[in-house]
Design a protein around this ligand. Structure first.
Ligand SMILES: C[S@@+](CC[C@H](N)C(=O)[O-])C[C@H]1O[C@@H](n2cnc3c(N)ncnc32)[C@H](O)[C@@H]1O
Length: 248
């Protein structure tokens, strides 16, 4: 599925790299990595590299990007959410001492995962794109939080235990002619450039509905059609909608 991702080895300080990068390089086929020395790396290509104490993605067109869990988590803390009124918490069924086991099957930048963790769910997060996964591992190394990150397509996981809730937020194409006034932030543009689109949302939802014990929640933009008719309930945010499918 994935193209090879180049990872830049500088000629000096690779030994100071965190062990997860060294392990990923040893297991480079698993992560579709191609190790290139600084001297050989072509000028017009994108790559991962370790610099200033963090793993970063360099996009030729857009610049550099990494994930910052500390910034995201502190942002969530500042919001002082009333959890009982938050559309995502309501969709996931998180209330009071009720903290379900949630699988965020589309971890992406980790922003929703951190929110779900902040709301108090017992969280496990999946990411299938190797570059995004490695950036997430690095963000969690720099700001450790108590949830598990798994490098896998969640629907390919063969396991006995089922989560209470599956959360799903696939990448859709930008709507042509959409009237967004500003471009997304640079990081979001690089993220979209890396990930592309997720084309398997209907099949994935079928799998999720067979796997979750109590509910499946799908994030959509507010004006989009549901991935599958008819959700049991929909919870509206400012620009997003969470479609909840109850499992009976
Ligand atoms: C729209 S983004 C999710 C954004 C995320 N909710 C956030 O807060 O940043 C979709 C992400 O899920 C990943 N993904 C899509 N389908 C997946 C699957 N079946 N298993 C694991 N990861 C998946 C994609 O690689 C991409 O990084």
């Amino acid at each position: 599925m994935n193209e090879l991702i180049k990872i830049k080895m500088s000629d000096q300080d690779n030994e100071s790299w965190p062990s997860f990068i060294q392990d990923a390089i040893i297991d480079k086929n698993k992560y579709s990595l191609q190790v290139e020395s600084e001297r050989k790396l072509c000028e017009n290509c994108d790559y991962l590299y370790f610099s200033e104490g963090k793993l970063q993605f360099h996009s030729v067109d857009l610049g550099n990007m990494c994930f910052d869990f500390e910034e995201t988590y502190k942002y969530h803390q500042r919001q002082k959410y009333a959890i009982g009124r938050e559309p995502l918490a309501k969709a996931l069924g998180i209330k009071g001492n009720d903290s379900p086991i949630v699988w965020d099957t589309t971890c992406g930048t980790g922003k929703d995962s951190l929110l779900i963790h902040y709301f108090g769910a017992k969280l496990r997060s999946f990411e299938r794109h190797p570059a995004i996964y490695l950036l997430l591992v690095d963000a969690k190394r720099r700001f450790p939080l108590d949830f598990e990150l798994v490098f896998a397509d969640a629907s390919q996981l063969i396991e006995g235990n089922q989560p209470d809730v599956i959360y799903y937020d696939p990448m859709y194409p930008e709507k042509s002619g959409s009237k967004k006034s500003a471009l997304p932030r640079k990081e979001m543009r690089i993220f979209k450039e890396i990930v592309g689109e997720d084309f398997d949302s209907v099949d994935f939802l079928d799998w999720a509905l067979k796997t979750a014990k109590s509910r499946v929640v799908v994030k959509r933009s507010i004006s989009s059609l549901p991935v599958k008719e008819k959700p049991s309930a929909s919870y509206l945010g400012k620009s997003t909608r969470y479609d909840m499918y109850k499992i009976f």
